[in-house]
Design a protein around this ligand. Structure first.
Ligand SMILES: Cc1cc2nc3c(=O)[nH]c(=O)nc-3n(C[C@H](O)[C@H](O)[C@H](O)COP(=O)(O)OP(=O)(O)OC[C@H]3O[C@@H](n4cnc5c(N)ncnc54)[C@H](O)[C@@H]3O)c2cc1C
Length: 332
C-alpha cells in the first residue's frame, strides 16, 4: 500500500507520523512545495490557544484540542522538551469572557483586582496555564522522526490530488490555505497574520488583549518573544508591512510598557487556513484507471498547533480504515 501525505506544515508532519505509527506494511511519502522554515506553521506563535475555530458548536474540535494539549503537556515533561522548546506557559487573557476551554487548561480563574491593575482597560480577565512549542525547532524535529521511521520526502508542487492517484492508493491532503488549489473547495480562505519575534527575556507570561481596539498578544517562547498581531480576512499578501509592524509594537507596548525597551528582531507573516469548519474526512476519487482514497485534513484557521495532534490521530485512523477497505475489496 502506498500512501502520500501532501504538505509539510504542522498538520502534514504530525499526520505522517501518526500514519507511520498505526498503519503496518505501508510506504509513506511526504510531498511538499515548501518545508520548514518556509511554511505558515513556522510563523505560528506555537501556543496552545483556540482561535477562529468554532469549538462551541462542534464538540469534536474540543476533543482534538484536549488531546493536543495533553500531548503538549507530556512533551513539556519529556527529555525532548529542550530540543523543541516545549514549555508550560501561564498568563493573562483579557477581557473576561467565558471560555469553553476553561476545563481543559490548568488553573483557569478570574484575575484578581491587583492583577487587573497591571494592565490598561481592565474589563476583567482570566489567568490560566497552557503550553507552547518553538515551532522552528518543533517542525524539524517532527520531520527527523518521520525520516528515522523510514519516511520518504519529496520537494514538489502538486497540481491536483487526482494526478497522484495512479501511483498512490491513499493521498492525505494537508495543504493548509492552498487546499482549494489541489481539490475542489472554494470555502478555504486566508486570514493573514503578521507578528514580530523579539529579544525580551524578561517577559515570562503570555498576555492577550482580545478587545477589538488595541488588539495585541505577547507570547514568550523558549528562544524569543512573539508580539502580535493582525487578523486580515481574505488577504493573500505574505509580505510583512512596516506600518503594521509599528502598530503591533505600539499596541504591545501599551499593553505592557516594558516592551518599549526592546530591539526589533524579525517580521513574520502567514496565512491562517480559514474554513467554516475543519475538513477531516475521507473522499474517494475515481480516475479512468482506478479508485483512490483521499483523506482531507485542513482548514485549522488560527488553531493549527492547538489541534494538530488530535487531528493527526483522527486522520491516521481514517487512513487505517481506508487501507482496510482497499485491501478487502474484491479484485476483478
Ligand atoms: C501570525 C500567526 C500566528 C499563529 N499563531 C498560532 C498559535 O500560536 N497557535 C496555533 O495553534 N496556531 C497559530 N496559528 C495558526 C497556525 O499557524 C495554522 O493553523 C497552521 O500553521 C496550519 O498548518 P498547516 O500544516 O495546515 O498549513 P501550512 O503550515 O501552511 O502547511 C501547508 C503545507 O502544504 C504545502 N502545500 C500547499 N499547497 C501545495 C501544493 N500544491 N503542492 C505541494 N505542497 C503544497 C505547503 O508548501 C506547506 O508545506 C498562527 C497563524 C499565524 C498566521
Amino acid at each position: 500500500m502506498k500512501i502520500c501525505v501532501v504538505g509539510a506544515g504542522v498538520i502534514g508532519l504530525s499526520s505522517a507520523l501518526h500514519i507511520q505509527e498505526i498503519c503496518q506494511n505501508v510506504e509513506i511519502t511526504l510531498m511538499s512545495e515548501k518545508f520548514s522554515p518556509e511554511t505558515t506553521s513556522d510563523v505560528s506563535g506555537g501556543f496552545w490557544t483556540p482561535f477562529t475555530v468554532d469549538a462551541v458548536k462542534q464538540p469534536i474540535i474540543r476533543s482534538w484540542a484536549k488531546e493536543t494539549l495533553d500531548y503538549m503537556f507530556r512533551l513539556c515533561r519529556s527529555i525532548d522538551a529542550g530540543e523543541v522548546g516545549a514549555q508550560l506557559l501561564s498568563g493573562y487573557y483579557l477581557p473576561k469572557t467565558d471560555q469553553w476551554f476553561k476545563d481543559i487548561v490548568l488553573g483557569y480563574r478570574d484575575m484578581t483586582e491587583e492583577e487587573l491593575q497591571l494592565f490598561p482597560n481592565p474589563g476583567g480577565g482570566v489567568f490560566f496555564t497552557s503550553a507552547s512549542v518553538d515551532v522552528k525547532s518543533y517542525l524539524p524535529w517532527l520531520m527527523s522522526r518521520f525520516k528515522a521511521n523510514g519516511g520518504r520526502v519529496l520537494k514538489i508542487k502538486v497540481n491536483t490530488l487526482a494526478e497522484l492517484s495512479p501511483e498512490y492508493d491513499i493521498v492525505v491532503n494537508c495543504c493548509g490555505v492552498w487546499a482549494g488549489d489541489v481539490t475542489v473547495d472554494s470555502s478555504v480562505r486566508p486570514i493573514r497574520g503578521q507578528l514580530l519575534r523579539v529579544h525580551a527575556p524578561w517577559i515570562k507570561h503570555f498576555i492577550f488583549n482580545l478587545s477589538s481596539e488595541n488588539y495585541a498578544y505577547i507570547i514568550p517562547g523558549a528562544y524569543d518573544v512573539v508580539l502580535g498581531g493582525t487578523f486580515e480576512e481574505d488577504d493573500w499578501n505574505e509580505k510583512p508591512d512596516s506600518r503594521v509592524r509599528e502598530r503591533i509594537l505600539n499596541n504591545c507596548s501599551n499593553l505592557f510598557p516594558s516592551l518599549k525597551a526592546i530591539k526589533f528582531s524579525s517580521d513574520w507573516t502567514g496565512l491562517r487556513p480559514a474554513r467554516p469548519t475543519i475538513r477531516l474526512e475521507l473522499e474517494s476519487i475515481q480516475t479512468p484507471t482506478k479508485t483512490s482514497m483521499v483523506v482531507h485534513n485542513y482548514g485549522h484557521g488560527g488553531s493549527g498547533v492547538t489541534l494538530h495532534w488530535g487531528c493527526a490521530r483522527e486522520a491516521a485512523k481514517i487512513v487505517a480504515q481506508a487501507i482496510h477497505t482497499l485491501s478487502t475489496r474484491p479484485k476483478l
